[in-house]
Design a protein around this ligand. Structure first.
Ligand SMILES: [Ca+2]
Ligand SMILES: [Ca+2]
Ligand SMILES: [Ca+2]
Ligand SMILES: [Ca+2]
Length: 354
């Protein structure tokens, strides 16, 4: 007893102090961990909410293209398929101009500030002219500035939603706190829960949520790590199946293998003509998109896709390899280590099938 009393008077022993410090350390780490997890969850939820709103607004516009009047040349005397393929081409050109995903959809990349080159439509859509005016009148701190290519897809998405909300676009409005100009070029973007731009591909034929595979060398093959059929790797919105789930904008199924009205080289391509869904996505907590959208620093121009202009299924070399892939294909963006950075992305496709 005497010993204990002396100990109490002395205060903590060194061992007790160390144990106490360690326990406090563990408690703080656990609390920090829980706080971080809660913070990440809140960021994810916020991101889902914004993407969900954007999806609703964009899809209300998307659906109008099936019935929109198209300014296109008069046709007479041609085979029935000829008018239909011209209409499909005009439809795709209109979608490209009214739903831009890169500055080359807004202005001629060879002559920035000039209108884009149109190939099928006989007049420029008013909305496209409005985008070009916005592009040409862009300022930062009162000084004229050309918008930068960085985050051009995110900036185009903002332009589409903010300039189109009065007519064909309906749905919940986006909170002003979800808008920022991340790259400081005068053109705002919608931002995710991590305050990074929300990315956009109008046409993302190569997109799949699971691990990537090479669509060109094994178009029907099973992606590594996936079970079921190859199609099952895709989202319910974009099945990759042109037979059972054909592009609804192409009711005569002219964009399909064996087509007599497509350029011959495309008519032999077994991997096109399926339903496409725009891709709106956040890069997720890692901040890396891991999604191919053409080679960095090289302008991809849909007016110059060959042999068919404005071809949604056209391929581009991706950023990591010499492989050519369809837009939206996942790829190993960092480290070339088999860890795919798109897997933590938050997309409108995943929200829809949830
Ligand atoms: Ca920019
Ligand atoms: Ca910007
Ligand atoms: Ca990511
Ligand atoms: Ca990686």
């Amino acid at each position: 007893m005497h010993g204990n009393e002396r100990q109490t008077r002395r205060g903590f022993t060194l061992v007790e102090l160390l144990v106490t410090v360690t326990v406090i350390g563990i408690i703080v780490a656990m609390a920090m961990g829980a706080l971080m997890t809660a913070q990440e969850t809140a960021r994810e939820q916020r991101t889902r909410a914004v993407i969900s709103k954007l999806h609703t607004q964009l899809m209300s516009r998307w659906e109008t293209y099936q019935t929109r009047r198209l300014p296109m040349p008069q046709f007479s005397g041609q085979a029935p398929g000829q008018y239909a393929i011209e209409r499909l081409k005009a439809q795709r050109e209109l979608m490209r101009l009214e739903l831009p995903e890169r500055w080359s959809d807004v202005t001629d990349p060879n002559n920035p500030g000039d209108p884009v080159i149109i190939s099928t439509l006989t007049e420029m859509p008013a909305l496209s002219e409005a985008y070009l005016r916005r592009y040409n009148s862009n300022t930062l701190n009162g000084q004229p500035i050309q918008p930068s290519v960085e985050f051009e897809d995110a900036e185009c998405l903002y332009m589409i939603v903010s300039m189109g909300s009065d007519d064909s676009m309906s749905g919940p409005r986006i909170n002003p706190s979800d808008i920022a100009d991340t790259d400081q070029d005068g053109m705002p973007e919608f931002v995710d829960g991590w305050r990074r731009p929300i990315r956009f591909l109008r046409w993302a034929p190569g997109f799949l949520p699971g691990p990537p595979y090479n669509w060109q060398s094994s178009p029907q093959g099973l992606p590594p790590g996936m079970t079921g059929t190859g199609d099952a790797a895709l989202t319910d919105l974009q099945t990759g199946n042109w037979v059972d789930d054909h592009d609804p904008f192409d009711p005569m199924r002219l964009d399909s293998p064996g087509s007599t009205v497509l350029p011959a080289v495309l008519a032999n391509d077994p991997w096109r003509g399926y339903r496409l869904m725009p891709l709106i996505f956040s890069a997720g907590s890692d901040g890396i998109q891991g999604i191919a959208r053409a080679v960095q620093n090289v302008t991809f121009d849909y007016s110059a896709t060959t042999p068919l202009a404005n071809d949604p299924y056209s391929k581009s070399a991706d950023n990591s390899t010499a492989l050519t892939r369809m837009m939206g294909s996942p790829y190993d963006e960092e480290g070339n280590d088999g860890n795919y950075e798109h897997l933590d992305n938050i997309t409108n496709h995943a929200l829809e099938v949830r």
